[in-house]
Design a protein. Structure first.
Length: 318
């Protein structure tokens, strides 16, 4: 099957969308720049000397207990922890670099989301005079949605956001025009998503489902390379992750009982990934309930700000 050409968008269009998304993000969440590091940020960053110095890098990122000063949890998230090291080095412990990074990530995610929506619109043959303004408006409102605030207020809450940037970017490259570099770049972005947060294994199902939604059963013949590549990357990651997490906790660690069983099976991780994915979809279609990261209650009701913004997105999509 011949892949349709890319939509008529330029780097300038993407830059304009990014700047618009960044402006909305700053207006909606900029007040968080003054907030201190708190909650999980304390034991994972402020009190964790391992993520304040480059000594032992990158080898220490393969220590599953490097992400906490108390050893409460065992994780294999080297890309996420590297961003913490960079922010700490820039600001010397100031929360501002952490906040700026998270604000930029939200604007970048919205821009990549706009790009993939435009691409899907082209593949599905939608009327570009209608869907482009609607997708642009939806991404702007997405940036302002209150349910995303925890990903900004908590530096450690950026794990889902950073993973989503790489995951959506990988999917966008998968959907692009045929080229020799397309599959290697998509595989690299998928690997970065997995090394940011294990929930990215949901792409093991998400990639073929996306192709099926666009091409139907013909994707079995036309997209088998993409599906096999996704399976190979996720499989290699899972083997590496299982090996890293097999290390016993150090004597100083006080792991929670659940932390000793972080190496849960792949199906459980995929189901958890779908929960996170549904959380993002909820921002657009079911705009009330709990926040994405730690299930903190948010105001409910049809006239709450979260609900009004969510329904605004819903109205703008048709």
């Amino acid at each position: 099957m011949r892949t349709p050409p890319e939509p008529n968008t330029s780097a300038t269009d993407s830059a304009k969308v990014f700047l618009a998304c960044l402006l909305v993000t700053l207006l909606a969440h900029g007040v968080s720049l003054q907030a201190p590091l708190l909650f999980d940020d304390l034991h994972q960053i402020v009190e964790n000397e391992q993520l304040q110095t480059w000594e032992g890098f990158p080898g220490k990122l393969f220590d599953p207990w490097v992400g906490s000063s108390t050893g409460h949890g065992a994780f294999f998230r080297p890309v996420l922890f590297t961003t913490f090291l960079i922010d700490w080095t820039i600001g010397g412990g100031s929360p501002i670099p952490f906040r700026v990074t998270s604000l930029l990530l939200l604007a970048i995610f919205a821009t990549v989301l706009w790009s993939i929506l435009i691409r899907l619109g082209t593949l599905l043959g939608l009327d570009k005079t209608r869907f482009r303004p609607a997708f642009f408006a939806a991404c702007l409102v997405f940036c302002a949605h209150p349910l995303l605030n925890e990903s900004i207020l908590l530096a450690t809450g950026r794990s889902t956001l950073l993973m989503a940037v790489f995951a959506v970017a990988s999917l966008r490259v998968f959907l692009g025009e045929q080229s020799p570099r397309r599959l290697p770049i998509a595989a690299a972005l998928l690997a970065l998503a997995l090394l940011t947060k294990e929930s990215a294994v949901v792409l093991l199902v998400g990639v073929p489902l996306t192709f099926f939604a666009v091409e139907g059963l013909s994707m079995i013949r036309s997209r088998w390379r993409e599906v096999l590549l996704t399976l190979g990357v996720v499989g290699a990651y899972w083997v590496l992750r299982s090996w890293v997490l097999s290390r016993p906790p150090p004597e100083w660690a006080t792991p929670r009982p659940s932390s000793l069983n972080q190496n849960i099976d792949l199906l459980d991780q995929i189901s958890q990934g779908f929960i996170a994915l549904l959380g993002f979809i909820k921002l657009l279609f079911v705009p009330w309930g709990l926040s994405l990261v730690h299930e903190i209650p948010v105001p409910q009701g049809s006239f709450a700000l979260a609900s009004l913004l969510g329904w605004l997105v819903l109205v703008g999509l048709p």
